[in-house]
Write a protein that binds this ligand. Structure first.
Ligand code: 5RP
Length: 227
């Protein structure tokens, strides 16, 4: 197993300690979140009682295969806890998410949770955001128009592809990956992006972290956000 996977597993293992019986738990998307879902599956098989609300069809499928009872956000609109991964996190707990294309549902779950824990391997910690392109979820009808507007502010948007065709999110939208290097006022950038009609959501997750768990080869560091 490679070192990054080991670090992701350590982060997931540390997060498991925050999960209490009877919780309605938001299940993130991506390989780190999948590590957590696998661990939860083992716990559920031993009689642990939780209900998961998945942030993607992919996570729903994995949880279902492992026998984790599932609910939907419609049935369970308030989550006790949400646990998800991230693509980048800076020292102020600002994050880029959406590498797996689930940013819209992920942000909705994060917003619906009483508490949010993000689990990352140490390679995700950065001084400033932007080496990882910022995913933007865009309504297909508006795609070309949004591309032009993003080009005008030098964000060099790239249409995300999958097997040669435009990537389609679980909500049926497209993803544009934008180059935000050089921008440091993330709140302002986020507001500016969300003001463009057709951009449904951005992968900038600002003010969402309650606890950040950073996995390494042998364990995990716990960082509480003093917000
Ligand atoms: O935002 C996400 C999916 O939309 C993921 O949390 C993010 O891409 C991290 O993925 P991984 O754990 O595989 O590195």
């Amino acid at each position: 197993m490679d070192h990054t996977t080991q670090a992701k597993q350590q982060a997931a293992k540390a997060a498991l300690k925050y999960v209490e019986p009877g919780m309605i738990l938001g299940l993130g998307t991506g390989s780190t979140a999948a590590e957590l879902i696998r661990l939860l599956g083992e716990q559920v098989a031993q009689g642990f009682d939780i209900t998961g609300v998945p942030s993607s069809d992919q996570s729903a499928q994995l949880a279902q295969e492992l026998g984790i009872p599932l609910s939907s956000l419609q049935e369970s609109p308030v989550l006790d806890l949400n646990i998800d991964g991230a693509d980048e996190v800076d020292p102020q707990f600002n994050m880029i998410k959406g590498g797996g294309g689930a940013l819209l549902r992920e942000k909705i779950l994060a917003q619906s949770a009483k508490r949010n824990i993000f689990i990352v391997d140490q390679g995700k910690q950065v001084h400033e955001l932007g080496a990882f392109p910022l995913p933007l979820e865009v309504v297909p009808f508006a795609l070309e128009s949004v591309v032009i507007q993003l080009q005008q502010i030098d964000l060099n948007p790239q249409l995300r592809l999958q097997n040669g065709a435009p990537f389609k999110t679980d909500e049926g939208n497209a993803i544009l990956d934008a180059d935000i290097r050089g921008f440091s006022d993330y709140q302002r950038l986020n507001s500016r992006l969300l003001a463009i009609p057709g951009i449904v959501e951005t992968g900038l997750f600002l003010d969402y972290v309650d606890v950040l768990i950073v996995g390494n080869l042998t364990g995990a560091g716990i960082l509480e956000n003093p917000k």
